[in-house]
Write a protein that binds this ligand. Structure first.
Ligand SMILES: Nc1ncnc2c1ncn2[C@@H]1O[C@H](COP(=O)(O)OP(=O)(O)OP(=O)(O)O)[C@@H](O)[C@H]1O
Ligand SMILES: [Mg+2]
Length: 268
């Protein structure tokens, strides 16, 4: 299987703080990964490395067959789609949805050409339909709901037809309906064999779409567990990673977690 991304004993240090501590991680072409871990565990740092936005302090990062440090990151970045809150904060409120999505083809944020190629326009329309924002092309970003914004950001991340799609907490801040729409869309994306390799970061097991094949639990900059999702997302592992007793359940391809109460277990 083709390796899309690999971290080999990767550490990231800022001052005295180790953000990532000797992380090994390998993503193959058809895999869809979720990265789960508490606040400050290093998840966003890990995605920044995978997005070629940051270099490691130690260790080797290889992305799409290239070594970070030995490749022009400006050539690499269009091959990687990233949707994150940091990215979203840079989108001007006055920008039109269609332009936010299309300008990704040119590595720009917002409209920068008087006219786009028909191919770009068709691709943007196809992605707006896929992300269920087909009616919003002429609306400005500032007028969208949180759920609509998230879907526009993911459409933008997909615009360059990336080989690797990185999503940092795509459901953060969404209401139940918005979350379920997005988790459904991402579930279908994960199930599509032609879709890019996916690495999705979340805090909440309820936000893991069906179709996720692998999971990595990160805590305090270190890998707590990684492998096939059903082997990794267990009560024991998730409790260990978060440092509190949790009960993890799985129903019809969806996960949930809640605090463990011995009394509840005794009643069952
Ligand atoms: N430049 C920096 N200097 C010092 N510490 C930093 C720097 N950047 C990040 N950190 C710290 O590194 C840790 C990991 O940050 P990161 O954003 O990767 O965590 P995270 O797992 O994404 O957390 P969250 O779930 O809250 O988004 C945090 O404690 C953060 O404060
Ligand atoms: Mg984060």
């Amino acid at each position: 299987m083709v390796t899309v991304a690999e971290l080999d004993r990767v550490s990231v240090r800022r001052g005295a703080k180790l953000l990532l501590d000797e992380v090994d991680f390998k993503v193959s072409e058809s895999e869809r990964w979720v990265v789960v871990g508490p606040n400050g565990a290093g998840k966003t740092t890990m995605l920044s490395l995978l997005a070629a936005q940051m270099h490691p302090t130690q260790g080797v990062v290889s992305l799409l067959g290239e070594y970070l440090g030995a490749v022009d990151v400006f050539e690499l970045r269009p091959r990687i789609g990233l949707a994150s809150s940091a990215m979203a904060h840079r989108i001007p409120a006055s920008e039109k949805v269609r332009d936010i999505i299309m300008s990704a083809s040119y590595g720009m944020l917002g409209r920068w050409r008087e006219s786009y190629e028909a191919m770009d326009q068709n691709r943007a329309m196809e992605l707006m339909r896929l992300m269920q924002v087909g009616e919003l092309g002429d609306r400005t970003y500032g007028t969208l709901s949180e759920g609509e914004r998230k879907r526009v950001e993911i459409a933008r991340a997909l615009m360059t037809d990336p080989e690797l799609l990185l999503l940092d907490e795509p459901s953060a801040g969404l209401d139940l309906c918005g979350r379920e729409i997005l988790v459904g869309i991402l579930g279908r994306l994960c199930a599509n064999p032609y879709a890019p390799t996916v690495v999705l970061v979340t805090h909440h097991l309820e936000e893991i779409p069906s179709g996720i094949t692998h999971a990595l639990l990160l805590t305090d900059g270190k890998v707590y567990a990684q492998g096939p999702v059903r082997e990794v997302i267990t009560s024991e592992n998730v409790s260990g990673a978060y440092g509190i007793p949790l009960e993890v359940t799985r129903t019809d391809d969806r996960w949930s977690a809640r605090a463990f109460h011995p009394a509840r277990r005794a009643q069952q």
